[in-house]
Write a protein of this length. Structure first.
Lengths: 342, 459
């Protein structure tokens, strides 16, 4: 069984305790933050194990890469604690089981992974994807199991992730373009944290997108719009890639005015908060987030993750914003119809 | 040409009668598992007077007569068990009146649910009726005749409770008005304060008369409908959750369901909570009340709300087409259910019985319970899917359903729209004096025993 690579001494000697100090859903002073994290490290009871809403942010906040979030999840599972209600946890485990119903395109050396999210497949069309659309794969067999971290089921992650990677290996691919941050985060952050070897090179779709836009530069007509970007939880696993969203949007003439809840201070779409904590917290977070988007004068709410998009779309529309996936926005910029607001 | 056929043609015209084999074949069956039986004639009247003349003819000639809406009950209630005439009511499909302020409609006996829904949407968008989850071609008269339920049953009771008056052609051919229309032009009450004679017809499955007009209550149609889906894996908590939710007195509809496929639904009990409002403010207030009502189950990790992004549209459909999608899981397009009316607190026992029967007879199950009148009772459907091309599987489903009805009766439940065998089981269990009363009513109303014979036959 795979074991999390987390070093107790790294936390013990941490000068910042940023993992908890910066948390937007729990409040600590510096000493408390350090003390509570050390309880987690030592497997003792900590309020963190009860109160963490699984926003993933501490993975980004930890300046030393010691994987505080995965550790919290491990400890919760060891203690038999559920983050979300048990039936919701079971539901996710059941619905993401491999059933041999995967869809596999024409694969050569590269695959385009739409994970187990049909909406991602729907984005793959037009000039941007013309050379890779045929290589799409979809299904539980290719689904990164990172979602189970929300439910403190690291055992499921550890059991399924090697199988998923093996399924890719069987395709004979050398590279996998990940359309979901969660996939890229899984292959680069989780796999590494557990010492799993990834048998292919994961490529982040925004790297691919930016490269394609540069190739299609002549077709781009700057959109000249203002937008607010909804950063997803799984982008916290790959903070070194966060800059790409801004760079892409800038490239196609989309202005991202500064707002309170951006970058390291971004707020969760709150779908998972709804499951874990209930209506009040989720509503409060969504309300603050959308009001903050509106304050910037944004016309569009730009999404990276389809789960965030489906969670927030109805609400942002009701508050006067147009929800759109960043891929659709790129299509708009090169004059394709895919840019219609979904 | 037989004399009967000639007489029927004289009453309704040539296009309204048939005894051709291909049409008799169609009218000999319903979509459920019961064996078909051929009628001798099919007739489709257009007026109450034509219905009257047909019934008089049948009475004179002692020919069985089976009134039929769209034949969607699944339990063989319009299969002509003893042959005779099937009277297809679908040509009597006019909406005769909508009293906007008193919120009722009067429709002819073959008017479909879909026609009324569309009419109200077009002409009275702020009014609605309690639409069942049957296909929209199901008729209003048939639905109330079998004590159907619909989208407003949680709030207002069985759809038959919403009847505001009837016009019935009795088995003797007399035309009889029931309720306020018997005294004047208004259709606002089926009984009170008179003796409620509607009980002589509602629930009798067409064995005591033929509905030619039905008055039906209408209700406010709020601008926004919303839905939440609460799940628990502890069956014993279901009735308590329902109790908390119904205490709110603000829900449109409340259904509990469980099924093994697709895997997203495996091992959990799902409570679909519908609510309505005229403003976002009203909706959000109700949503908050709903969440608060069940927060204790969330805190205990025993229950939670599912994210609905990908299911919401489907859940908000009226009628909900996915209800019948179970039929296609084993291929072959068949499903039937036993739907006893029972106490909500018996949910765990019924749920266990569904699993037991599905395993015992190797059939695919799904179950949906609709809460009735704020939790006074529920309709618990024990549904099994089957392949129509597989007689052995159909037989297993039939046996499983019979066993389900036996179980329901043992539990003190009442079978809903029972087939003729289930009616016999019910009468066997019934208090003898009640049965005697049933017999008196039936004998007096239908002395020749011509109305839908084989059903509610008390011997």
């Amino acid at each position: 069984m795979y074991v999390l690579k987390s070093n107790e001494n790294v936390c013990a000697t941490c000068p910042s305790a940023d993992c908890l100090l910066k948390c937007q859903y729990m409040s600590f002073d510096k000493n408390e933050a350090h003390a509570e994290m050390m309880k987690v490290v030592k497997g003792e009871n900590s309020r963190v194990l009860k109160e963490c809403v699984t926003c993933y942010a501490c993975e980004e906040y930890c300046p030393r890469g010691n994987h505080p979030f995965y550790l919290i999840c491990e400890r919760r599972e060891e203690k038999g604690m559920y983050t979300a209600p048990r039936p919701i946890t079971k539901q996710w485990i059941n619905m993401t089981q491999m059933q041999g119903k995967q869809m596999v395109g024409k694969i050569k050396e590269q695959a385009l992974s739409s994970c187990f999210i049909p909406a991602l497949g729907g984005l793959v069309s037009g000039e941007i994807f013309k050379d890779v659309a045929w290589s799409i794969v979809f299904g539980a067999e290719f689904m990164c199991p990172a979602v189970h971290t929300h439910f403190a089921k690291m055992s499921v992650v550890k059991e399924r992730l090697p199988l998923v990677m093996e399924n890719f290996k069987k395709l004979g691919v050398k590279e996998v373009i990940c359309l979901h941050d969660e996939c890229y985060g899984t292959y680069t952050s989780i796999a590494s944290a557990y010492g799993m070897e990834v048998p292919f090179k994961p490529i982040y779709y925004m790297d691919f997108l930016l490269d394609r836009l540069k190739e299609l530069k002549d077709k781009i007509k700057p959109l000249n719009i203002k937008a607010a970007y909804q950063r997803p939880c799984s982008n916290r696993l790959i903070p070194d890639k966060h800059y790409l969203a801004k760079e892409i949007l800038d490239f196609i003439g989309v202005e991202l005015p500064d707002r309170e809840y951006q970058d390291g201070n971004c707020l969760c779409c709150a779908d998972i908060l709804r499951s874990i904590s209930g209506y009040r917290l989720a509503n409060d977070v969504q309300q603050r987030n959308i009001e903050d988007m509106l304050k910037t004068g944004a016309e569009y709410s730009v999404f990276n993750c389809p789960a965030c998009q489906s969670t927030l779309s109805e609400k942002v529309v009701k508050m006067g914003l147009k929800p759109i996936h960043i891929i659709d926005l790129c299509k708009m910029a090169i004059g394709e119809k895919g840019g219609a607001v979904r | 040409m037989s004399d009967i056929l000639k007489s029927l043609i004289e009453i309704v015209g040539e296009r309204g009668v048939s005894n051709t084999p291909e049409e008799l074949w169609f009218y000999s069956r319903d979509p459920g598992v019961l064996a078909p039986h051929l009628p001798d004639y099919v007739v489709a009247p257009k007026t109450t007077e034509q219905v009257q003349k047909i019934v008089q003819l049948a009475n004179r000639e002692k020919i069985p007569i089976v009134p039929m809406g769209n034949g969607m009950a699944l339990t063989g209630l319009v299969i002509p068990l003893k042959g005779g005439i099937v009277m297809d009511m679908k040509r009597m499909n006019k909406i005769l009146e909508v009293n906007e302020k008193a919120r009722y409609a009067v429709v002819e006996g073959g008017t479909s649910q879909g026609v009324l829904k569309a009419y109200l949407q077009d002409h009275y968008p702020h009014l609605r009726h309690s639409l069942p989850d049957a296909p929209p071609t199901a008729t209003i008269a048939a639905n109330v005749a079998l004590h159907g339920q619909g989208r407003l049953t949680q709030q207002y009771g069985f759809n038959s409770d919403m009847v505001t008056g009837l016009e019935v052609v009795l088995p003797t051919g007399d035309i009889c008005k029931i309720g306020s229309p018997s005294l004047g032009p208004y259709w606002f009450s089926k009984g009170p304060t008179l003796p409620d004679l509607s009980g002589l017809f509602l629930g009798w499955l067409g064995t005591t008369g033929i509905f030619t007009k039905v008055g039906l209550k209408l209700y406010p149609n709020k601008k926004i409908r919303e839905v939440e889906l609460f799940v628990t894996d502890r069956v014993e908590l279901v009735s308590e959750i329902i109790y908390k939710l119904t205490h709110l007195e603000m829900l449109e509809d409340l259904n509990v369901w469980f099924q093994p496929k697709p895997l997203i639904f495996k091992d959990n009990y799902h409570i679909t909570i519908y609510f309505t409002g005229d403003t976002e403010e009203e909706i959000e207030f109700k949503r908050k009340m709903i969440w608060d009502a069940v927060q204790e189950f969330i805190d205990a990790k025993d229950g939670g709300f599912m994210g609905l992004q990908f299911m919401k549209e489907q859940l908000l459909e009226m009628p909900q087409r996915s209800v019948a999608s179970l039929a296609d899981v084993p291929k072959g397009g068949g499903f039937e259910y036993s739907g006893p009316i029972t106490l909500v607190e018996h949910f765990p026992q019924y749920a266990a019985k569904v699993l037991e029967l599905a395993a015992k007879y190797d059939v695919l199950y799904a179950s949906t319970a609709r809460i009735i009148s704020g939790g006074h009772a529920m309709m618990f459907s024990i549904s099994f899917a089957f392949n129509r091309a597989d007689p052995a599987m159909m037989n297993r489903v039939k046996i499983a359903l019979d066993e389900a009805t036996e179980f329901a009766l043992e539990m003190g439940g009442i079978p809903w729209k029972p087939n003729f065998m289930e009616q016999k089981m019910t009468m066997k269990k019934m208090d003898p004096n009640t049965l005697k009363l049933l017999q008196m009513v039936k004998k007096n109303l239908d002395p020749q025993g011509i109305m839908n014979p084989g059903n509610w036959e008390v011997n």
